[in-house]
Design a protein around this ligand. Structure first.
Ligand SMILES: Cc1cc2nc3c(=O)[nH]c(=O)nc-3n(C[C@H](O)[C@H](O)[C@H](O)COP(=O)(O)O)c2cc1C
Length: 227
């Protein structure tokens, strides 16, 4: 794969929240998780762990619990952030499209082919950079899934039921449940990412010092500025 192909792959790895029900074969899941395990971590301690939830008896219980938590999490967020107000009245607005995708995601949660809980084994007191040794592995997983034609989505909506999940899955107390990652074949297409103008996020030689040497390529999809 050349650099342009790789760039294209990561530029079209947007969150996929609608999945076909076909299962993810073990061989693909194995590649995806092997890719995750190749990630860097502080002092190469590799404190990341991944719990795959498909159709085992404990997985089914955990997925039911997660489904309920995701639905509550989205209902609360939608209300707090006004996802059903303003431009949500226009069914073609970006807000409405994302709203529908997330509603579909949480409503069909139990049918998502593979749910993975990314965990972090804590080996020292809580530090500000705790996630830094687990999130690179998550993104390796995410991109490998994309490369194999799967779509994925991250979520933190497992947090509200973390205690119950610990019990069902026998997760020890020193292990943090960092992220939930869902995977399956997308029902729609992979598509381009929408991000802030690149000069909003890259500075040169000091905070908010313009980096004149970088610009968005023609056709890049830009998201609105939010403080
Ligand atoms: C740490 C983290 C937590 C996220 N939590 C959720 C979530 O709870 N529910 C959800 O639908 N998407 C979640 N996302 C996905 C983001 O909403 C998504 O990546 C972002 O809106 C950009 O959209 P894109 O990935 O399609 O480009 C999360 C992403 C990250 C990195």
């Amino acid at each position: 794969m050349n650099a342009d192909d790789f760039f294209e792959l990561l530029s079209t790895a947007r969150s996929v929240r609608r999945y076909s029900p076909e299962p993810v074969p073990d061989a693909d899941l194995a590649k995806i998780l092997y890719a995750a395990s190749r990630a860097p971590s502080g002092t190469n301690r590799q404190p990341f762990r991944f719990i795959v939830l498909r159709d085992g008896p404990r997985a089914r219980r955990a997925r039911r619990l997660l489904g309920e938590s995701f639905r509550r999490g989205w209902a609360r967020k939608a209300e707090e952030e006004g996802w059903n107000r303003g431009s949500a009245a226009d069914p073609d607005s970006p807000k409405s499209r994302v709203n529908r995708a997330i509603q579909h995601y949480v409503d069909h949660f139990e049918r998502i082919p593979a749910v993975i809980i990314a965990c972090y084994v804590r080996y020292r007191e809580l530090t500000h950079s705790e996630g830094a040794s687990v999130f690179p592995a998550c993104q390796n997983l995410f991109l490998m899934a994309r490369a194999l034609g799967y779509g994925a989505c991250y979520s933190g909506w497992h947090n509200a039921v973390a205690d119950e999940l610990r019990e069902i899955l026998e997760i020890p107390a020193n292990v943090e449940l960092s992220l939930t990652i869902t995977i399956g074949k997308p029902l729609g297409r992979h598509g381009p990412l929408r991000r802030r103008p690149i000069r909003d996020t890259v500075f040169d030689d000091g905070w908010e010092q313009g980096a004149e040497w970088i610009s968005d390529p023609p056709g890049a999809r830009l998201s609105k500025r939010r403080s």
